[in-house]
Design a protein around this ligand. Structure first.
Ligand code: ASP
Length: 314
């Protein structure tokens, strides 16, 4: 492993059913180009001596504005046709964290999560209250229609129709994972993680996934930063992000061993699926998933970008 490149930033754009050959070449190119743009936005922040925290926020903001991903613009719809957004951010150096759940009017939920961390005495705010805090904290507001895309609307219609036909079990929620996340390591060797999502298509009852739950979908320490995507209920139950970091801290596992065991053994044993990006303090990365694919990418200390979608690293 001695010649493994030192990774500065890793990102994901969601895990799910992404079968080779099913994704048109043009769409595949669009995803890869989008990952590339996001990685470079983060690298620019690090090059200007920004912190890992600044970098993960910058990366996720770019992906939130990109309608291809299930976060910010392009988020999936709830059963009643709304976009309710979840996001979290954590600073490994201080182990401070911020999170929001079910917000509806903030253009960049990840920045709202950061505001919760830095400008409130709390870690997690939800729904109306979080929307109000967003206004008071001066975050950019948008009309809820900003988040709407026709493709996500059609996905909801399909999910509702399948439910009507009592076939919801045959429509795997995994078809629509598209959460975005980033982990970064800065010049000081400090780490941070951020995750942002619209959650799962057809969600109801104020459902909240793993993304904004610190320790489930998002976690960072001095040693380890993790952002997850997948079937959130299972990622919460397995406390995935914290478990990966704990295995490294308590057992001395490598980031790869820790991430692979949790994602490929622990979560599937419960019946769940998804993937993570995980980075350690030396810039080693692991990006395991047990779905067909996971949009993902890295940029290393030399500025070399790698993106991949499918299982074989391609
Ligand atoms: N993990 C997200 C959730 O359960 C879904 C996703 O990864 O797309 O809300």
């Amino acid at each position: 492993d001695g010649d493994e490149p030192m990774i500065s930033i890793a990102i994901h754009g969601g895990a799910g059913v992404i079968e080779r050959g099913k994704l048109p070449a043009q769409a595949e190119q669009a995803y890869r180009a989008s990952l590339d743009v996001a990685l470079r936005a983060g690298a620019t922040v690090l090059a200007a001596n920004g912190s890992a925290l600044d970098a993960v926020e910058a990366v996720v903001r770019v992906l939130e504005d990109n309608p291809l991903f299930n976060a910010g613009r392009g988020a999936v719809f709830t059963a009643d046709g709304r976009n309710e957004l979840d996001a979290a951010i954590m600073d490994g150096a201080t182990e401070k964290a911020g999170a929001v759940a079910g917000v509806t009017r903030t253009r960049h939920p990840v920045s709202l999560a950061r505001a919760v961390m830095e400008k409130s005495p709390h870690v997690m705010l939800a729904r109306d209250g979080a929307d109000r805090f967003s206004l008071e904290a001066g975050l950019e507001q948008v009309d809820p229609s900003w988040f709407r895309t026709e493709e996500r609307w059609q996905q909801l219609q399909k999910a509702l129709a399948a439910e009507q036909a009592q076939a919801s079990a045959t429509l795997p929620a995994t078809a629509y994972f598209g959460t975005v996340g980033a982990v970064a390591r800065d010049a000081k060797g400090q780490l941070a993680a951020a995750t942002s999502t619209g959650g799962m298509t057809n969600k109801r009852w104020g459902r909240i996934g793993d993304a904004p739950v610190i320790g489930a979908g998002t976690y960072a320490s001095a040693q380890c930063a993790v952002s997850a995507t997948g079937w959130g209920e299972f990622y919460i139950r397995a406390a995935v992000a914290h478990d990966i970091c704990a295995r490294m801290a308590y057992r001395g596992d490598s980031v790869r061993a820790a991430a692979e065991e949790v994602v490929l053994t622990v979560v599937p044993a419960l019946g769940g699926d998804g993937g993570v990006i995980a980075l350690d303090a030396s810039g080693r990365v692991a990006m395991p998933f047990n779905t067909e694919g996971m949009y993902r990418g890295t940029i290393d200390a030399d500025g070399k970008v790698r993106t991949a979608i499918y299982r074989d690293g391609d």
